[in-house]
Design a protein around this ligand. Structure first.
Ligand code: ZN
Ligand code: FE
Length: 257
């Protein structure tokens, strides 16, 4: 029986420990200490490290973890990460025999050039780093709006019940922007109340699901007529071209306070 443990780090990062009560694989260990603490607390042995992209808040803890355990480091073939020993591209399967776990790899460029995501198809888990967030999406540091649209479309095509394990707790601020974009979305209004209650209890809002994201995340909904109309009203686009709408939405979010 595999479980996913939430390990908070820094201000708002989530590191994920996939474990069976004995062995564990970590996704995006930006910091080693919270992982070493969680491993000790739960009596777990680290058997693999999985990285989605090169940013330090996702990979910075790897060297120290490797001092404690010589384990394979899976990561994007398209990025220069010195510690990666198992470079992956879309179509590859990251196999962790100790956990009986096989993760399919998707190329999801946009936030960074070589960003990948991991899908446990049989368990309906998605580890998507900084590509899809609960209520939002990652900034376009290295990729184009077109690439990010294609990447998000791949994730949105997963089954609706897929659990979305993203790497940051940005949900409330994402949803505040989403409401400015789509004030008439009843599912969004309901979600905001739900997530605010979670945060008030000190609980994470992650994982969410693909179905919830489909219903409330403007970065999956940019083709909706109501969103296009809003962008036109804000003078951010002058037509209905989807990529332009997505780019305008992403740019608006960057400056939204
Ligand atoms: Zn990042
Ligand atoms: Fe990040």
């Amino acid at each position: 029986m595999l479980k996913v443990l939430t390990v908070p780090a820094f201000e708002d990062n989530y590191l994920w420990l996939i474990h069976d009560g004995h062995n564990a694989a970590v996704v995006d260990p930006g910091d080693a200490q919270p992982i070493l603490t969680a491993l000790a607390e739960h009596g777990l042995t680290l058997v693999a490290i999985l990285l989605t992209h090169h940013h330090a808040d996702h990979s910075g803890g790897v060297p120290r973890l490797l001092q404690h355990a010589q384990v394979p480091v899976f990561g994007p073939a398209g990025e220069n990460i010195a510690t990666v020993t198992r470079p992956l591209v879309e179509g590859d399967i990251a196999t962790i025999p100790e956990l009986g776990l096989a993760l399919s790899v998707l190329d999801v460029p946009g936030h960074t050039r070589g960003h990948i995501a991991y899908v446990a198809t049989d368990r309906q888990w998605l580890f998507c780093g900084d590509t899809l967030f609960a209520g939002g999406c990652g900034r376009l540091f290295e990729g184009t709006p077109q690439q990010m649209c294609a990447s998000l479309a791949k994730l949105a095509a997963l089954p609706g019940s897929t659990q979305v394990y993203c790497a940051h707790e940005y949900t409330l601020s994402n949803l505040r922007f989403a409401l400015a974009v789509e004030p008439g979305n009843a599912a969004l209004v309901a979600r905001i109340a739900r997530e605010q209650a979670r945060r008030a209890q000190g609980e994470p809002t992650v994982p969410s699901t693909i179905a919830v994201e489909q219903a409330t995340n403007p970065f999956l909904r940019y083709r909706e007529p109501a969103i296009i109309a809003r962008l036109v009203a804000e003078n951010l686009v002058d037509g209905e071209e989807p990529i332009a709408a997505f780019a305008a939405l992403r740019a608006w979010k960057n400056t939204y306070r």
